[in-house]
Design a protein. Structure first.
Length: 314
């Protein structure tokens, strides 16, 4: 949607929220504001995002491509049920017949197919690779994560979802919230729940590990993990547990792990530095780092975070 909604409308300035007066009034002389509404699909939004941020298309891993059998229309035949009649090809055959017989009149271009002209679509069962992706979102919902931080998470997650769905045919999104305990929840709960307790990040990583082992084997799924927190973890001991879970489970089982740290009203914690120290190269492979960190402290930083997360085309 382009343009602005404004008070007034050929009657002067007007105040925002002012009602429209009754009765006749002379037409204004100032040019009005025009609003143009354009429908944009999520795929088009993703393409605009990719162009703006210069993001490469994601190449799914070969080992994570599932081969499925699908019916595909591959040819044309002369017999078949009416439901598979190919009207354009039938019309073309009728036109060819009339031209060959000298029956086609450009002044009266009526083409009527007969039985011999009808053509029908035929299909074969073909193998087609289908790339599946699973996105697991984890969020700290302890007392230090307020509404402003959750709004940043919601917007960032929207663009992550949009970009990955543009690159994969089948995408499943799962949601985990945690304070000192973690649980899988639905999407609405993920963005609305708030707790008053402390923070134990390892609870979310453990829940995520169990979810991956139960539902998303790396040979069948391209798995993307994202954790959002203000970085204020409960203890150094839990930081070490998180590093072990990442090193032994989450990184080997996923395409990438993205950690986004937001600043809360209480400041920003140290967890992002813990990750940098434990994985100085981000567990780099031939595609680049698998563990990627970003800071999102305000809306203007979301695009930079997306560029950081996906610039390697993982």
């Amino acid at each position: 949607r382009y343009g602005e909604n404004s008070g007034g409308g050929g009657m002067g300035g007007g105040e925002e929220g002012q009602g429209v007066g009754q009765g006749q009034a002379s037409g204004g002389e100032e040019e009005g504001r025009h609003i143009l509404e354009v429908d944009v699909t999520l795929d088009e939004l993703a393409d605009i995002l990719a162009e703006e941020l210069e993001l490469p298309r994601i190449e799914p891993k070969g080992a994570s491509r599932v081969t499925t059998m699908r019916d595909k229309y591959t040819g044309i035949r002369q017999t078949g049920p009416a439901s598979l009649r190919h009207y354009k090809r039938s019309y073309r055959e009728a036109l060819k017949r009339q031209l060959a017989m000298g029956l086609y009149d450009p002044e009266d271009p009526i083409v009527i197919p007969i039985k011999e002209d009808f053509r029908f679509r035929s299909w074969n069962e073909v193998k087609k690779p289908q790339s599946n992706a699973a996105i697991v979102y984890m969020m700290d919902v302890s007392g230090s994560m307020g509404d402003e931080q959750k709004e940043l998470v919601r917007l960032t997650a929207f663009w992550i979802d949009t970009w990955l769905r543009r690159n994969y045919e089948g995408v499943e999104s799962r949601y985990i919230v945690h304070d000192v305990r973690a649980a899988e929840v639905d999407r609405n709960t993920f963005f609305s729940v708030r707790e008053d307790g402390g923070t134990r990040i390892s609870s979310a990583f453990t829940c995520c590990r169990d979810l991956l082992k139960a539902s998303y084997h790396p040979s069948e799924w391209n798995t993307y993990l994202f954790h959002f927190s203000d970085g204020d973890n409960s203890s150094e001991s839990d930081n070490r547990t998180c590093v072990t879970l990442l090193d032994e489970d989450l990184l080997p089982m996923s395409n990438m792990f993205g950690y986004c740290q937001v600043t809360s009203a209480y400041g920003s914690g140290n967890f992002i530095n813990v990750l940098h120290e434990a994985f100085p190269d981000g567990r780099r492979d031939e595609q680049g780092p698998k563990l990627i960190t970003a800071k999102v402290n305000q809306r203007e930083e979301i695009y930079d975070a997306l560029r950081t997360l996906f610039q390697a085309g993982r």
